[in-house]
Design a protein around this ligand. Structure first.
Ligand code: MN
Length: 163
């Protein structure tokens, strides 16, 4: 699932359930459907599974204060392979390269997350769309489908109703 989070700067929290937690990356520009677009994804702390449907306002003074909406959700299929063998996602994560097929409401098809650099405390990854039948360089769901898949609301509506 992906949360759109209007904190000190707007970003998209990309979360994959691996084992019993939501492994998480903050993607400043959000995901792309264009395979030629590499999107920076900064690894963040894992979240518990019950955070997956969190959509509300984090109060001022708390970590990550700002409005959160559930921008996309769905299941995924692990595509990670090593030497032709299926590679469990927790090991692929530890190895710094994950491949998976998303079955979201907005995002579909293959994506890869690849670790490329450590910058002081931050682990930097790239989120890239695979070139498959769901790849589309003209689609831009971050701008054309801005609302919540849970409630249909915008960040502004959530802030007004729950802030
Ligand atoms: Mn966030």
């Amino acid at each position: 699932m992906i949360q759109k989070h209007n904190a000190s700067s707007l970003h998209y929290d990309f979360r994959l359930q691996i084992g019993g937690v939501l492994k998480s990356w903050a993607v400043p520009k959000g995901p792309s459907t264009d395979p030629s677009e590499k999107r920076l994804a900064i690894e963040t702390g894992g979240h518990s599974l019950d955070y997956a449907d969190f959509e509300s306002v984090i109060p001022k003074g708390q970590y990550g204060d700002g409005t959160v909406l559930v921008w996309d959700s769905g299941h995924y299929e692990n595509l990670s392979r090593q030497d032709g063998e299926q590679f469990v996602l927790s090991e692929a994560f530890a190895g710094g390269h994950l491949s998976f097929h998303l079955y979201g409401q907005k995002l579909r098809g293959g994506y890869a997350l690849s670790h490329f650099r450590r910058e002081s405390e931050r682990q930097l990854w790239l989120l890239v769309k695979m070139d498959d039948e769901h790849a589309d360089a003209r689609r831009n769901p971050v701008s054309t489908q801005p609302g919540s898949v849970l409630s249909g609301r915008s960040l502004e509506e959530i802030a007004a109703e729950e802030g």
